[in-house]
Design a binder for this molecule. Sequence first.
Ligand SMILES: [Zn+2]
Length: 253
Amino acid sequence: MAEGDTILRAKQRLSGALVGQAITVSAPHPRGRAAGVERLDGLTLEGIDTHGKHLLFDFGGLVLHSHLGISGGWHVYDRRARWRRPRSSAWAVLGGERQEAVQFGGPTLRVLPASRVAIDPQLARLGPDILAPELDLDGTVAKFRATDQSRTLGDALLDQRLTAGIGNIFKSEACFAARVDPWRPLAGVADDELRAVLEAARAQMLDAVRLGDRHRFHVYKRRGPCSRCRGPVRHRGQGDANRTTWWCERCQV
Ligand SMILES: [Zn+2]
């Protein structure tokens, strides 16, 4: 699952390849044609925005909205380079002067009028972006306080309506960094603890944007003992979606 850091890195790569250029757009796979991406052909890509796990390509009056989910990806290739996946499986190909960006799979790819972005139901319900240039931490904590307080912390951190961008990796890593047990119900998590978890998620994700594959995890998919206390690192499915959480029982209380 692409989390906010991966999406921000994708934005940086895609922007460098395409922004400011008139883009040739094609849709080899029927899913891309159904999304109407060919309407963008010949338009200038004016910029790319992110909100949590969502990418928004600004083509002036039209916006291309992409969410990659677990299976989707954006690849950037030099023109004439060999792709890592078959051309026929590409939902969208955005061609710039020297490079092209190719989108494969994912739950969301669609074109919408720019005037609809602010009122679009899927986008408008998103909480504050954990990687926004200036995060409104008080407002984000207030969102967590307004939801059902019997929900566990680890489950609530994945709810994109409360804060957008955190996925399974940084849910686990942020709770570890702040030494808070992700199985505690929100009612038992103080505001300053919630703040510490959110700040840790933000700091670690910004670190991951900078370091990419060189960013190291502490509990996520860890085999072997806790790096802090040498206690056992456990993992178990959490929440309605049963998404796996990794945590140290001894130093997260
Ligand atoms: Zn530990």
